[in-house]
Design a protein around this ligand. Sequence first.
Ligand code: PEP
Length: 249
Amino acid sequence: MRKKLAAGNWKMNGTLGSMLEIDALAEKHPAPTCDVLICPPATLVAAMAASIGDGVIKTGGQDCHANTSGAYTGDISAEMLADAGASYVLVGHSERRQDHNESDADVRSKAKAGMGAGLVVVVCCGETDDQRVAGDTLDVISAQLTASIPDGSTAENLVVAYEPIWAIGTGKVPTLAQIGEVHDAIRALLENRFGDDVGQSVRLLYGGSVKASNADDIFAVPNVDGALVGGASLKADDFSGIITALENS
Ligand code: PEP
């Protein structure tokens, strides 16, 4: 059985005062039946991990460097995230791929670093609007994941997030059939590469304009094991509705 995962990506939002949202979330969900993860900006990782521990709500980074340490001004290593109390890290988010020119090879190096530091790595993938319209979605996703996921990944250290770029922060959501088609293809790709045991146990998240109002339908799609949520993860009330939908799915 795959344990469901509700993951929030705060992006470049939040200051120390935002810890109140974490407290409120923990109060609303003292014993969630799914895993709950918040990836705050790097400035808040240590504060969040210290205030919440690694119990009810997990703390994650939004990115990491491929190296452990060194002359990389402004970067943060996976070891540093782990040291600050994180247990997860996102890699290959489309905003990193697009705004920072991260290639699949970069993403794989970061994923390897995250796994090496003992973090659960959420590898993100997704097609552009043009790629979807051209009918290239499955090829794009397959190429991204084949090159971005390191050899030796396991169900314990890998989560995959499918996030169509045109659905992120836009309010547009693919049809349930479109989500299902991509998630089935990702499941098959993982089974082919890592064997049935691992392939069937890696959790697959959908991301892109998930809200409490559409979460029930999305979570009913086979091979959707949770969500990666941007905007609707910033407020405890909004994210709570998504967690509840996932618990009930
Ligand atoms: C994201 O950035 O990962 C995301 C899914 O954002 P949103 O939920 O706001 O579309």
